[in-house]
Design a protein. Structure first.
Length: 312
């Protein structure tokens, strides 16, 4: 089973022909093949600027080389008089021209890197028409050996190896990819990386969060300063009970300070807190906080607040 990249296939792959070929390559090619699907790259050209390169499939083998495959599905038609190509009723780009341009674009990209600069390996292109039967050469630049058709779908392993052998040259300095070349190609076409946030960024985010919380706390303190009564609500574990327990003197605060009417009552006895609470009202504290309905719903809290006279 070939190694497919990416695996699984891109979920947004719309071409039914590409989906069939992806599954076919995965199931039929041996495990020493690596197949890249939907590969894009960029080249920097001093004259034209950025140029994009693209291949539907790039098939790599450590001994046989690299094969770029352009895929066109459906009924395929070519008008020799106008030079136009059609898939079903839609006009399409010349697939052989696309394959040829992708081949030279990839070679140019490889030569930008030191590892590939002085290596001569087999790199070629072919075209796949998986829904039709092709009986012979279609054009002078479209030999049958470089066309994958419906009859080849059941034996993709044989077709790929024959296509790569057809492309192999006889230069004395030709070399194979080997295991190292396969790894270099994978690092180039499908690198993995993990970008961690900078420590300075994390510190800045924490400072911004502290500033936001501090601002919210000031808003709440200001609200409490203008209201004699307030209903304290929150999710389980948010500190409602702890707040009241510390205020009543039953628990001690492990950190921070508890301020009441401008006075620090964190370590004050319950009697001192009661004195301050009494002073907050004109006469005395006439309203007590019953703690009984632990699982009170928001509506119950709301109705209790209405009853206490907190809300108009």
């Amino acid at each position: 089973m070939a190694r497919m990249i990416p695996e699984p296939m891109h979920p947004d792959t719309q071409s039914a022909a590409e989906r069939r070929l992806y599954s076919g390559f995965q199931d039929q090619l041996p495990d020493d093949f690596v197949v890249f699907h939907s590969v894009w790259w960029q080249l920097r050209d001093r004259v034209t600027g950025i140029r994009d390169g693209e291949a539907d499939f790039i098939i790599a083998h450590p001994d046989h080389g690299i094969l770029l495959l352009e895929v066109k599905g459906g009924r395929i038609r070519y008008d020799g008089r106008t030079g136009e190509w059609f898939s079903n009723e839609y006009r399409i780009k010349d697939p052989f021209k696309q394959g040829r341009e992708a081949k030279y674009s990839l070679l140019e990209k490889l030569k930008e890197l030191a590892y590939w600069r002085n290596r001569w390996i087999t790199v070629g292109y072919a075209v796949a028409f998986p829904d039709v039967a092709v009986k012979g050469d279609l054009r002078l630049d479209a030999p049958r050996e470089l066309i994958l058709d419906a009859s080849d779908m059941a034996d993709l392993d044989t077709w790929v190896e024959q296509a790569l052998r057809y492309l192999q040259g006889r230069r004395p300095d030709d070399s194979s990819l080997g295991a190292t070349g396969i790894r270099e190609l994978m690092d180039l076409l499908s690198p993995s990386w993990d970008l961690q946030p900078l420590l300075a960024t994390e510190i800045l985010e924490e400072e911004q969060e502290l500033a936001r919380l501090t601002e919210e706390q000031f808003i709440m303190l200001d609200f409490l300063g203008h209201h004699r009564r307030a209903a304290i609500s929150g999710c389980a574990g948010s500190g409602k009970t702890t707040f009241l327990m510390i205020l009543a003197g039953f628990e001690a605060a492990s950190s921070g300070r508890l301020m009441l009417n401008g006075q620090d009552v964190t370590d004050s006895p319950a009697e001192a807190v009661a004195t301050i609470l009494a002073a907050l009202d004109d006469k005395a504290v006439r309203t007590h906080v019953p703690v009984g309905e632990v699982f009170a719903a928001d509506r119950q809290v709301y109705l209790a607040t209405l009853t206490s006279g907190d809300l108009d």
